[in-house]
Write a protein that binds this ligand. Structure first.
Ligand code: PLP
Length: 371
């Protein structure tokens, strides 16, 4: 971890300290309120729950500290992506999406943006620079892409996108601000599903938009207030609590993923192993250059759908579940969700269990299914 990341992590649990009066609770109080006391001109005060909420302010303060940029919180990762698209695009715009990223982002463009006159194209993450960006208003990348874990060069894409007069959005869900810093690499906007590692306990959906451009922040805030796509205060409170341990959980998950990926490499049941931290991975050099950690996601292919289901469903320390980034190790056969991957393709999300015990459970399950 870099010195800056360490000091960012150290300050995170103390962000509220400066605002505390004697007798105030040190943990964040939860404010469940649709209305606030607002006699006369209440400009600058909380007035109505769709406009503002002190619990949102606290979680946004934490997210802004992590991103080093103003942040706007949303009720899910998709709500954050929608805010960027619907808040910033207009009819006649054209956007570029990853062909191998989270499928719902493409579905949003296909099922809704198109009918508002916004066209889209797709391109693979690993060759995202090829073909340039002329004619696009916005390019959107997800790196490493979920679920195939291909990577693109954020700084090079940002430079080319800006030369073409477009803006770059990075979905940083798979990495979190501790693992990769797209705004520092030149992206205009980061979006993330805090549903995953930032909350970390798989009990809440949440998302945020981060940007150092005041106009972008104002547009997505206006979208949230006007569309009503607002986070619940309790969800914000839970994410605030989750973020206090993100550094510890993310550190454990990434370290365990590195160890487990190295061991999986030698297992006979596995082919097509992808983990950016492996020297043999096609993305490794780029990953070393632009990522602070290699993440906690590993993907690989087992011989058949049945073997992959058996491996996941009968591993003692693994939850069969979609999503990733929770304290529990979990896995999913992604063709189940329509991703263009073989039937035996598994996306594995390494959790916080002690690594040797976790490896033993994974190895036992792989040994049982055979090759
Ligand atoms: C990379 C990525 N972005 C965005 C999302 C959407 O997040 P949410 O489910 O919180 O809407 C997901 C969900 O899996 C994801 O994997």
């Amino acid at each position: 971890m870099s010195e800056t990341a360490k000091s960012r992590a150290a300050a995170l649990p103390h962000l509220r300290r400066a605002g505390l009066a004697k007798g105030d609770p040190i943990p964040l109080p939860l404010t469940m309120a649709a209305i606030f006391h607002a006699p006369g001109d209440a400009t600058g005060y909380d007035q109505y729950g769709r406009f503002s909420n002190p619990t949102w302010d606290a979680v946004e303060h934490m997210l802004a500290h992590l991103e080093d940029a103003p942040c706007v919180a949303f009720p899910s990762g998709m709500a954050a992506i929608s805010a960027v698209f619907f808040g910033l695009l207009k009819a006649g715009d054209r956007i570029l999406l990853p062909s191998d990223g989270y499928h719902t982002t493409r579905a949003l463009a296909d099922r809704f943006l198109k009918s508002f006159g916004v066209a889209y194209d797709v391109r693979p993450t690993s060759s995202f620079l090829d073909g340039g960006f002329d004619g696009y208003r916005l390019a959107f990348v997800e790196t490493p892409a979920n679920p195939g874990l291909d990577i693109c060069d954020i700084a090079a894409v940002a430079e080319a996108v800006h030369k073409a007069g477009a803006m770059l959005v990075v979905d940083n869900t798979t990495m979190t601000p501790f693992g990769q810093r797209p705004l520092d690499l030149g992206a205009d906007i980061v979006i993330a599903a805090d549903t995953k590692a930032p909350n970390g306990h798989s009990d809440v959906l949440f998302g945020h938009v981060a940007s150092r451009n005041a106009d972008i922040i104002s547009r997505v805030t206006d979208w949230r207030e006007t569309s009503g796509a607002i986070p619940g205060p309790f969800e914000a409170w839970l994410v605030h609590r989750g973020l206090e341990t993100l550094d510890v959980r993310f550190d454990r998950m990434c370290a365990s993923a590195e160890m487990i990926a190295r061991r999986l490499k030698d297992h006979r049941a596995i082919s097509g192993l992808r983990f950016p931290g492996l020297e043999s991975d096609p993305s490794h050099n780029l990953a070393r250059a632009q990522m602070e950690r290699f993440g906690f996601l590993i993907s690989f292919v087992l011989a058949s759908e049945d073997k992959a289901e058996d491996f996941i469903n009968n591993c003692a320390l693994m939850q069969a579940a979609t999503s990733f980034g929770g304290v529990h190790t979990s896995a999913e056969r992604r063709s189940k969700r329509g991703d263009a991957v073989p039937p035996g393709f598994v996306r594995l999300s390494i959790g916080c269990e002690p690594v040797e015990e976790l490896w033993q459970a994974i190895e036992a399950s792989l040994d049982r299914i055979g090759t």
